[in-house]
Every structure is written in C-alpha cells, then in structure tokens.
Design a protein around this ligand. Structure first.
Ligand SMILES: Cc1cc2nc3c(=O)[nH]c(=O)nc-3n(C[C@H](O)[C@H](O)[C@H](O)COP(=O)(O)OP(=O)(O)OC[C@H]3O[C@@H](n4cnc5c(N)ncnc54)[C@H](O)[C@@H]3O)c2cc1C
Length: 482
C-alpha cells in the first residue's frame, strides 16, 4: 500500500487551470463528494485524481498493475527509452498534452506521420523495391485518399454503400473505410498500381485506427478535428508526462477491482484480494476492453443502453515490435518500409533511430496484423521480424542487441489497444459510455471522449471532465510534479 506521495516536489507556479470551455460543468452527481475512489491509474485516472486532490477532495486510486500509466508505457530497451504504448502527441497545436509538456519543461520533437509515410520504401514479395517516380506517384495517390474519402462517403450513403468486402457486415447500410478504399482504388486502371494503392491505404488506416478497415465506420470522417499541426513525440518518452501528473493522493497498485456497488449513500469497491473500500463516488477509467470482458461486476447492473454501447463499439489491436541494433545496416534514406510479402503481419516498419537516439526499427502492427502477432510467442515474432527485415533491407542483419514485443491484447488490464467506431456504434455510443450511474458511479477514459477517443489526450480530457463534474466547477487546477 503506497500512501500519499507527500514528499513529492512540485514546480514553482505549478498550479495549472484546465478545462475552462465556457460551458457549465457537467452534472449528474448525487450527494456530497467526500471520498472518490478512482479505478485505474492511466492518463484519465491520474488527471482526475490530480484535479480532485488539488481541490482538497480525498482520493484513493486503485490500480491493478504494479505500475502507473496504463496504456502509456515507456521502457528502456538496450539503454534507449521507447514507448510501447502511446508514442505520439497527434495534432499538437491546441492539444492539452502539448500544453502539459510546456508546463513541465518537456521538449516535443516533431515526428510527423505524413512525413514517415511519404519517405517509406515500398518492398515487394521478393524484396524488389518500387523506386523513383513509380514510388512517388503511388505515395501521392495514397495521400489523395483522405481528401477524396469524405466525398466518396457522401455519395455512398445512405442507399448506395459500396459493395464488396468493405461494406458493413450484416447487410448494414453504413459505409466502412474498407469500402471507401475499394471505391477509391477502383478508379485506378492499372492492376499492379491498384493493388499497391489498396495495400498502402489499408496498412496506413489499420495501423492508425487499430482495426480491420472493413470494420471501421466511415462516420469517423465526420468527427471534428479540434487541434492542428502534424505529430510530435515527447522527448524522453510519454512516461515523463505520467510522472508530472502523478497526484499527491493515496495510490494502491496491484489492486484489481472486481465489484463496484452503488447504494443511496455511496459506493463500495471490492478488489480481487477481498478488500473493500467505501467512498462517496467512484470513477471507473478501465479500458473498454476490460468493460467488454465483464471482469468487473456492477451492482446495480449497467443499464441496457450502456451495455449496448460497450458491446457495439470496437476495441482493436495494435502491437509493436522494437529492434535495437548496434549500427544501422539498412538504407538510411528511407523513413521505414512497407513490406508486401507473403501476407506478413510485420508489414509496416519505421526507422525510429532519430527519436530513439540509437539504431532502432519498430514494426507497427495495427488491426488484423496486430491480432495475428498477439497469437504468436514473442520469440516467434522476433524470428519472423528478422526474416522480413532481411527481405526488406536486402542486408544480412545481425541479431538485435535488444528487443521487445508488446502484448496489449493478451494483457488482462487492457485486452486490446484502443476504441474505434463500428457500423453499429457511432459517437452517440461514446457519449453513452460517459453517462454517470445513479449519480455515484462515473466513467472516464479514452473510450468516453467523443472527439478524441483512441488518443492519450482524449483520456486526459475525459479525466478533467469528470473532475469538473464531481467538483461542480467550470475548470480545475492541476499540481504538476517537478
Ligand atoms: C500500442 C498503442 C499505441 C498507441 N499510440 C498512441 C499514440 O501514439 N498517441 C495517442 O494519443 N494515443 C495512443 N494510444 C492510445 C493511448 O495510449 C490511450 O488512449 C490512453 O493511454 C488511454 O488512457 P486511459 O486512462 O483511458 O486508459 P489506460 O491507460 O488503459 O488506464 C486504465 C487503467 O486501468 C487499469 N485497470 C484495468 N482493469 C482494472 C481493474 N479491474 N482494477 C483496477 N485497475 C484496472 C489498467 O491497468 C490501467 O492502468 C496508443 C495505445 C496503444 C495500446
């Protein structure tokens, strides 16, 4: 049991007001807020716990793992800090995580995904590369998809949804991103180019959104983008943001919650070791994958509308393979490789030597590729990764000096990567997840953030939203650690 970090050092002028958006605080809270139990010490739980503690509310954080951060995990691999969970601050302009970096003196390094895609080497089955103008014209065509997709979607709904594998399963009318990729590529007369375009677009979409393109609702195209700019990474990794946000509250690690009970006077939360804690309110921030698995029992049971949202939203796959080498044995001109080889799940690689500060290749396996990797033992993934890289680089690669393979899908406290919209569940389902129960049981986490689900900043904003709800305040203050 780790009691409040009362010896923590705080930065001078550490109080930071966040969340003032002009609107009234969200409502729906019953009774006085005297003791809040926060389940989960990821971005959402830590942001809420920090804001509540700073406002003088007693908080107990229960975290199942033996570490803080949740789907933020910066690991040292061969002496280099690498993010195995969230790595990028996407669209940093106006993004509260960019502000959090500024407040805490954490530098952001530009590392734009568009630049990574533009500079990637395209490698075919036998190791042959598509070079020169053939390569750049394919990359240009793929880059045109984003602009064309909204128009294609408008043309294809509600009655004329594209047919083929990308159409919503179950005869639904809703268009999927897979359907739009098919429609976009159909306009390309050259078969060879068409197949390359389809491969690039499918890989990029499935890597970014962590789900099969054929299961991703095109409604995601209508979600407004609140921030601007490319993509940055925090210097030294995301763990520095978690460290800055760690609240001066009681935090118990190794505490997996199995029951949440609400009654007229408060809440009782039970952990798997049989201990119970009483609070006036509880804030549930566990991943959607954990809610789907049903390993936490709610009394009274989740209402049908929320249970439907939990079941219908998607919680996809994204695994990483990190290989750290003694030196760079590959073509340094490319930003990475897209490998169309024997259906391998190890198809998208980035050269992360720049941000890592040491020769490093990282495979990003989203959607079906991630799911395929999660079924293999780590040593088998490593063996296949080395085989693919021999094809991709044309070099005899030595064994890596250090390596890591993630297992988010098989982790009982994640059960996947992050949330996506499906043909059966749009933004309304995300909003439904955020609705409090009986004024006592509240919900936060990336899956509850209508504009930024699937993002670390969405988790942060959702934690601030629930702190505002509990405090009945239009904004909150955070105390950031030095
Ligand atoms: C591989 C990968 C790459 C990603 N890349 C990016 C990126 O580049 N940029 C970006 O913005 N986002 C990215 N994301 C998404 C981002 O990491 C998440 O949106 C964010 O970290 C989620 O925070 P959270 O607080 O909602 O949930 P979590 O961080 O999952 O926190 C929930 C906490 O609840 C705990 N918990 C679970 N069950 C129990 C239980 N029964 N009892 C007690 N505690 C429990 C968990 O251990 C966890 O600590 C990525 C995610 C993954 C997996």
């Amino acid at each position: 049991y780790q009691a409040g970090a009362s010896s923590a050092r705080y930065r001078t002028g550490n109080r930071w007001e966040v969340g003032r958006d002009g609107g009234p605080p969200p409502g729906g809270v019953a009774g006085d807020v005297t003791r809040v139990i926060v389940i989960g010490a990821g971005f959402a739980g830590l942001a809420a716990a920090n804001a509540l503690t700073s406002a003088g509310v007693e908080v107990l954080v229960l975290e199942a793992r033996d570490r803080l951060g949740g789907r933020i995990r910066t690991a040292e691999i061969g002496g280099t800090d690498i993010d195995l969970g969230a790595a990028w601050i996407h669209t940093p302009q106006g993004n509260p995580l960019a502000q959090l970096c500024e407040r805490t003196g954490i530098r952001r390094l530009p590392y734009a995904l568009d630049d990574l895609t533009a500079g990637v080497a395209l490698v075919d089955g036998g190791g042959a590369q598509v070079r020169g103008s053939g390569r750049s014209s394919l990359i240009r065509s793929a880059a045109g998809f984003e602009g064309a997709a909204a128009k294609l979607a408008a043309r294809s709904t509600p009655s004329g949804a594209p047919t083929g594998p990308g159409r919503a399963a179950g005869g639904g009318r809703e268009t999927t991103l897979g359907g739009l990729i098919d429609a976009y590529c159909a306009a390309e007369p050259d078969t060879g180019r068409r197949e390359w375009m389809r491969f690039i677009l499918q890989t990029v979409v499935e890597t970014e959104l962590a789900a099969p393109a054929a299961e991703l609702s095109a409604a995601v195209l209508e979600v407004p983008e609140p921030y601007g700019g490319g993509d940055d990474v925090p210097e030294g990794g995301y763990r520095r943001l978690i460290a800055a946000l760690t609240p001066d509250a009681a935090v118990r690690t190794g505490a997996a919650v199995r029951t949440v009970r609400a009654d007229g006077a408060g809440v009782t939360v039970e952990t798997t070791d049989g201990r119970t804690e009483r609070g006036s309110h509880v804030l549930v921030t566990v991943p959607l994958g954990v809610l789907k698995a049903g390993t936490i029992g709610f009394q009274p049971a989740l209402p049908a509308s929320k249970a439907r949202a939990v079941a219908a939203l998607g919680f996809g796959d994204f695994e990483k393979v990190v290989l750290r080498y003694g030196s760079r044995h590959w073509d340094e001109a490319a930003t990475g490789f897209l490998v169309r080889h024997g259906g391998t799940p190890l198809r998208a690689w980035i050269d992360a030597t720049g941000p890592a500060g040491a020769p490093t290749l990282v495979a990003l396996a989203g959607g079906p590729a991630g799911r395929a990797l999660s079924a293999l033992a780590a040593e088998e993934v490593l063996r296949r990764a080395q085989d693919v890289l021999v094809t991709a680089t044309g070099a005899r690669l030595p064994a890596p000096a250090a390596w890591a393979v993630t297992g988010w899908r098989n982790d009982p406290f994640a059960r996947g990567a992050y949330t996506h919209l499906t043909p059966g569940a749009g933004v309304a389902a995300i909003e439904e997840l955020a609705v409090p129960l009986a004024g006592r049981v509240l919900f936060a986490g990336e899956a509850t953030c209508p504009v930024r689900f699937g993002h670390a900043d969405g988790a942060f904003v959702s934690g601030i939203r629930e702190a505002k709800r509990l405090l009945g305040a239009p904004s909150v203050e955070l105390r950031l650690q030095a």
